[in-house]
Design a protein around this ligand. Structure first.
Ligand SMILES: Nc1nc2c(c(=O)[nH]1)N=C([C@H](O)[C@H](O)COP(=O)(O)OP(=O)(O)OP(=O)(O)O)CN2
Length: 297
């Protein structure tokens, strides 16, 4: 007998891609359980399936940075904050964070199907009586081409796992100007924010990379490496620090909650694309939730 629960929950995370660098992901989680019926006529109570699987995923890869430790250029080592991960390809990144902020996988790349198989195997090993197999499917939300963007961020004031400096989302973006939907602007802003790190200006620290003034050439000129941005904060889970090429970052004047992202986008659109028009932005944070903001006259 097979029992299924589609859309059981969502998995929001960031991952390191050897091709694209740091990217945000949001996946629907579907589950199928195989086994035998009990005297109550059930394989496993639906009411128990969801909390069990959700807890395993929430305590596991959800809101972590998924690192393929066998990818070219990826190194992992201990550091004062917990673990440090450095990358070289497609660009250099350095992140220091408590261990719980990562999911380390001994693979050359993070593959959605492989991660689903990995979770299925774990859940099968820890399954309740009468359940002898669990199959997890992770799937992308179907989003029309114009309006999906994948970003990473961290919310230092969040009580839960959103305080982790590199977790992310794949999100819809809807924009209206004077009541008319604007796919052109949705595409423009989705492309601009795609695979970007969104940070609050207050969390930026002066860079200590070799190209900054104090470590550059003796005459103070940079030594030609790309400019980098360093984000640093301390929250309840510990100390976090992330260094990325500046061109991969978008700096906001506020924390990067979805409410602030929606408002910032509405203001940017009103200022740069639709002066004199009423702008409405619906920004999602992952799947099926987000914020609406308006700007303009
Ligand atoms: N009002 C807001 N609340 C939260 C925000 C926000 O921007 N505005 N942001 C977050 C985090 O960034 C987080 O990544 C969102 O996580 P979420 O998927 O909601 O987290 P949960 O795991 O708790 O939710 P599930 O239903 O389990 O997916 C948090 N809150």
């Amino acid at each position: 007998m097979t029992l299924f629960v589609n859309g059981l929950s969502h998995l929001d995370a960031s991952l390191w891609s050897p091709e694209r660098g740091l990217i945000g992901v949001s996946w629907h989680i579907d589950a199928a359980l195989h086994g035998t019926l009990g005297e109550d006529g059930m394989l496993f109570d639906f009411g128990a399936v969801k909390p069990w699987i959700k807890a395993v995923i929430d305590d596991g890869p959800d809101h972590t940075l998924l690192i393929p430790t066998a990818a070219a250029g990826v190194t992992v080592s201990d550091c004062r904050e917990g673990l440090m991960v450095r990358t070289t390809t497609p660009y250099p990144m350095e992140i220091r964070a408590p261990r719980q902020a990562y999911t380390l996988l001994p693979w050359a790349r993070i593959d959605r199907e492989r991660l689903a198989a990995h979770l299925s195997e774990y859940l099968t090993r820890h399954a309740p009586p009468r359940v002898d197999g669990v199959e997890i499917t992770l799937r992308d939300e179907a989003i029309e081409a114009a309006g999906a963007y994948t970003y990473s961020h961290g919310l230092k004031h969040h009580d839960g796992n959103c305080q982790r400096i590199a977790h992310g989302h794949r999100s819809r973006l809807h924009i209206w100007c004077d009541g008319r939907r604007r796919p052109d602007l949705e595409r423009h802003w989705s492309e601009r924010l795609d695979d970007r790190y969104l940070l609050h200006a207050d969390d930026r620290e002066p860079d200590d990379a070799p190209n900054s003034g104090s470590h550059g050439k003796p005459n103070g000129e940079p030594i030609g490496e790309p400019e980098t941005t360093v984000i640093r904060y301390t929250s309840r889970q510990g100390h976090f620090r992330l260094r990325l090429p500046a061109e991969r970052c978008e700096i906001l004047p506020t924390p990067t909650t979805v409410e602030h992202i929606a408002r910032w986008l509405a203001e940017q659109v009103a200022r740069h694309h639709a002066p004199g028009q009423r702008v409405r932005v619906q920004a999602f944070e992952g799947i099926d939730k987000g914020a609406l903001a308006e700007a303009g006259p």
